[in-house]
Design a protein around this ligand. Structure first.
Ligand SMILES: Nc1ncnc2c1ncn2[C@@H]1O[C@H](COP(=O)(O)OP(=O)(O)O)[C@@H](O)[C@H]1O
Ligand SMILES: [Mg+2]
Length: 375
């Protein structure tokens, strides 16, 4: 049975969505709000936040999204902030960008080239500038943008954030108190080992009375039944529903994966098996695409994929299409490449790589990136 596309209806989450919407309403009236959305991988954080972004956009808010990326041991400074600024550049015209960024535009364009003016190359000067300066520039820009309409800044997957991003968010929570800004962050609770820097950080944030927490749990049985029915298009028997609930723990993503690998009567032994079946069901070129992507991280530029996959363009295109149709990968928002549909799929694909294969792929990717850092 093919894996179903994610269903259109949002199952449950009425109270959580209401809390997020209330935060955006407060922000609209000039009282900045911060909401931290937590939950285990696959529980539905991104889906909830997408729903909020959609309704906020519909209500006229400016919605900026930045995602933290898993870069293993390395730290990619300000990756989600750069992402949010890119989404800004894609949504507002040059005049508004100019007005919002003011004199800082050229400086910020050094962090995000998309911000460079129509006539302007990024400003000259040092490639890095002080933290304090960057924070002030961003605060100023968010304040000016908020004069026109409320701003919703979403930072996804904070468990992968670098220290600079954490510092910036901490600064915004305090300094933007009077702005029309709703700051929404998400993080994975199952990803926080004991020494994870996010732990003390979250304790500190929570101590701040202005920060609200929304913790997402698994679906209730009724919600779970609704989710399964939406995926299958039919309602399974109570007995198979029970079995599926036990296996998936009411986790939205696990349920999708388990149902994708087999019908409810014939469940794979574990989620890992389900994901392995999902990945192994692909033809060799599509598998190669998935392997390159797993080694590259969660996303890969199409040109880098072309160079690293070592397959003729037509075969590669067919492989990419197959992986897209199997919903293992999805196009990135900027249209420049692909990413795993879910971080857990990347983890599963990465775990399937043999040690030698892993090394070889990292080597190929590193050589291509060295030859062309733009990728
Ligand atoms: N409330 C929901 N209703 C319907 N589908 C959901 C819901 N929550 C999550 N899903 C689906 O489950 C999968 C995993 O959800 P996602 O939001 O990516 O999880 P997380 O961000 O917590 O890791 C996605 O395919 C998503 O569309
Ligand atoms: Mg997510």
């Amino acid at each position: 049975m093919p894996v179903q596309a994610a269903t259109q209806t949002l199952v449950g989450r009425a109270a959580e969505l209401a809390a997020l919407r209330a935060a955006v309403e407060r922000a609209s009236s000039g009282e900045a709000a911060t909401v931290v959305v937590s939950g285990e991988a696959g529980v539905g954080k991104s889906r909830l936040v997408e729903e909020l972004m959609r309704t906020a956009r519909g209500d006229g808010a400016l919605v900026l999204l930045g995602r933290c990326v898993d870069v293993g041991d390395g730290e990619l400074a300000y990756a989600p902030i750069a992402g949010a600024l890119r989404s800004l550049a894609a949504q507002v015209d040059d005049d508004e960008l100019d007005a919002a960024l003011g004199p800082g535009r050229a400086e910020l364009a050094r962090l995000v080239p998309d911000l460079a003016g129509e006539d302007g190359a990024p400003g000259a000067g040092p490639a890095t500038f002080g933290k304090a300066r960057l924070f002030e520039l961003l605060l100023g820009a968010l304040g000016r943008l908020g004069r026109r309409r409320p701003v919703v800044l979403v930072v996804e997957d904070l468990h992968w954030a670098d220290g600079s991003t954490r510092d910036l968010l901490r600064f915004l929570v305090r300094a933007a108190a009077g702005e029309r800004l709703a700051l929404i962050v998400t993080y994975r609770t199952d990803h926080l080992h004991r020494a994870h820097p996010l732990r003390p950080y979250l304790v500190e944030l929570r101590r701040d009375g202005r920060v609200e927490c929304v913790d997402l749990g698994p679906f209730s049985r009724a919600e779970f039944a609704e989710h399964v029915a939406a995926i299958l298009g039919t309602t399974p028997s109570p007995a198979s529903l029970d079995r599926l609930l036990e296996r998936s723990d009411g986790n939205a993503f696990f349920t999708e994966e388990l149902l994708g690998a087999a019908g409810p009567g014939d469940l794979p032994a574990s989620l890992r098996d389900a994901m392995a079946v999902h990945l192994e069901g692909l033809q060799p070129v599509a598998q190669r695409v998935v392997r390159v992507l797993a080694a590259a991280g969660r996303r890969v530029d199409h040109r880098l994929l072309e160079r690293a996959a070592g397959a003729p363009a037509e075969e590669l295109a067919a492989g990419v299409r197959e992986a897209l149709e199997a919903r293992v990968i999805v196009p990135t928002r900027d249209g420049r490449g692909y990413e795993f549909r879910h971080a857990l799929l990347r983890e599963a694909a990465y775990a399937e790589l043999l040690p030698g294969e892993r090394q070889a792929l990292h080597g190929v990717l590193a050589r291509q990136l060295e030859a062309d850092p733009e990728l």
